[in-house]
Design a protein around this ligand. Structure first.
Ligand code: FEO
Length: 394
């Protein structure tokens, strides 16, 4: 097994989950990794563990570097089970180890795995001397759980921020300069859009706080995906832009269709928007997934949602989409709605009520068509695409 070294005495001991495609609903089309790091100095520290199904592999990797009984500290930056669920098993072998976590991390460890751990609580600014090396801790509550914290290796300038700056990307390579940059940024964007989007304000504040701390960052080693070593500022800048709501003159049309009427409307709206120079993405749910839809919405200025009426309401896929979008709280988008019905209608009303209840900015024009859109209906759809484009460009 080849060793992956971040700096002298700092090794990646994580695992690659090549085959996961559904990470609690997030579609991980390129798999993921669970990253853990072993720091060997006068004292030895393991930073995070991995999903329990890979605990044996983590243990095996640790054993190639040291006797697990020599681990002095296990840092638990975050208790979500993809990172902590190997703790009970690893702690049995690392029987001399003290667990290090935030106060809420300690509470969550006990709630997940019971009280039988020796846990040292740390807060922002606390340090742990390992010998030549020092670990400094930075609490990051609600980024993205209450317990979350970052570990910073002072002498090597390595930030280990757990979920932050991660990507669900399974690769045989470990560093940013070894992989396709486009794929890496695409997966980083997908990860931000589907996990961190509702935390934009907290992210902006945390980035400012870390900047004010004046800590130099030579490398960012997250808990999923690739390690940023060639230019860590690239992902920091991307996070700053996404959390500030940076968007293009882009329109995302998310819809579903029963007999093709809403599909025809979506295509006419797309043509109208493109004719005014908007970048347009058209996603039919059941052909695309919610993960992709939210990723496209992240840097768009407008979202148009179309649904046929089914049982006096919106189509189930659209209902799921709006529920998911409401939870991720995309900011600063203009929302507009369209759809078709056979007799009583109901989809448009349901969608608009849900959007208003969520607090979305809803466009004053919406379109509902009976049965099949005729030439005049499609002209109205084309014009809606034009109107939205003019608005977002203004
Ligand atoms: Fe990767 Fe919040 O767990």
């Amino acid at each position: 097994m080849s060793e992956v070294t971040l700096a002298e005495g700092i090794h990646w001991v994580g695992v690659v989950d090549w085959n996961i495609r559904d990470f609690h609903g997030y579609i991980t089309r390129r798999g993921t990794t669970y990253n853990a790091y072993l720091i060997q100095d006068e004292k030895t520290a393991l930073v995070d563990t991995v999903k329990h199904t890979f605990a044996d592999e983590l243990l095996q990797k640790i054993c190639t570097l040291t006797d697990p009984a020599k681990i002095d500290y296990i840092i638990i930056n975050h208790v979500e089970m993809d990172h902590s669920s190997s703790l009970p098993m690893i702690a049995k072998y690392a029987k001399n180890a003290t667990i290090v976590a935030s106060q809420r991390g300690k509470d969550a460890i006990i709630e997940h795995y019971g009280p039988d751990f020796r846990i040292q609580v740390v807060k922002t600014g606390d340090e742990l001397k390992l010998g030549k090396r020092t670990l400094r801790f930075i609490e990051a509550p609600m980024l993205h759980w209450p317990d979350s914290m970052f570990t910073y290796v002072v002498e090597d300038k390595i930030l280990m921020p757990n979920d932050a700056f991660g990507q669900h990307l399974a690769t045989s390579e470990r560093f940013d300069d070894e992989v396709d940059e486009h794929v890496l940024m695409e997966e980083a964007k997908t990860y931000y859009a589907n996990i961190l989007m509702p935390l934009a304000q907290l992210i902006t504040r945390k980035l400012e706080e870390v900047t004010q701390m004046g800590i130099p960052i030579a490398m960012i080693a997250p808990s999923h995906g690739i390690i940023w070593r060639s230019d860590p500022t690239k992902i920091i800048k991307a996070y700053a832009a996404w959390s500030a709501g940076a968007a293009k003159n882009k329109i995302v049309i998310v819809y579903d269709t029963m007999w093709g009427s809403t599909d025809k409307m979506a295509r006419a709206i797309a043509e109208g928007a493109a004719s005014e120079g908007a970048e347009v993405k058209v996603l039919k749910l059941r052909a695309s997934d919610l993960t992709e839809a939210m990723t496209e919405i992240l840097d768009a200025k407008a979202v148009l949602v179309g649904s046929p009426t089914l049982n006096n309401g919106m189509f189930p896929t659209i209902s799921a989409f709006l529920t998911y979008a409401a939870g991720l709280k995309p900011k600063g988008k203009l929302w507009s709605f369209f759809g078709s019905y056979g007799w009583g209608g109901g989809a448009l009303k349901s969608m608009m009520e849900m959007a208003q209840k969520t607090g979305f900015q809803v466009n004053d024009t919406s379109i509902e068509v009976k049965y099949v859109p005729d030439k005049e209906d499609l002209k109205r759809c084309f014009e809606l695409g034009q109107q939205i484009t003019v608005k977002i460009k203004a």
